[in-house]
Design a protein around this ligand. Sequence first.
Ligand SMILES: C[S@@+](CC[C@H](N)C(=O)[O-])C[C@H]1O[C@@H](n2cnc3c(N)ncnc32)[C@H](O)[C@@H]1O
Length: 153
Amino acid sequence: MGLSQAIVGLMRHHDTYIETHLGAGAIMKRKPPALRSIGIDLNAWSIRTFCCDHKVELVHGCCHRFLADYPFEGSDPVYSDPPCLMITRKSQRRYRNHYGEADHEALQGFLRGLPCSVMISGYPSALYDRILEDWHSVSVQQLRRTKPRRTRD
Ligand SMILES: C[S@@+](CC[C@H](N)C(=O)[O-])C[C@H]1O[C@@H](n2cnc3c(N)ncnc32)[C@H](O)[C@@H]1O
């Protein structure tokens, strides 16, 4: 089973779907459309060039701010695929919108406080083992690497 299919398969029924760190929107594009879909990314180019065959409300900005302000109504799931930790990357070159440990911890703090189900993607790391210790974790074997998905119901 492909990575995207595995992630989509973990999602419960929902009316509104929120995907932070949208990038090219691999999951947004592959999941069945929700009544309302919202994609957020800090990178203007990602937002400008994003295309999908269902309607997506695009937000150009920091998802931490979005998550802090969005009026969650209880069941809207959030899926996050933040930039991976340097330690889990093959290349140690910094890239735009780099995420340090403090950013991952801050994001996790926001996600933990949400009154809805949350999924976060990331490669295995000691940091994730620590800050997501009590989350349900699913590992998906890829051709070259294992990228576990964590969910909180
Ligand atoms: C791992 S990539 C996401 C890949 C995406 N799942 C895809 O299918 O292309 C991480 C994304 O997070 C974005 N990003 C980094 N910091 C952000 C922030 N504070 N708020 C929103 N997006 C951010 C980057 O611009 C980048 O597009």
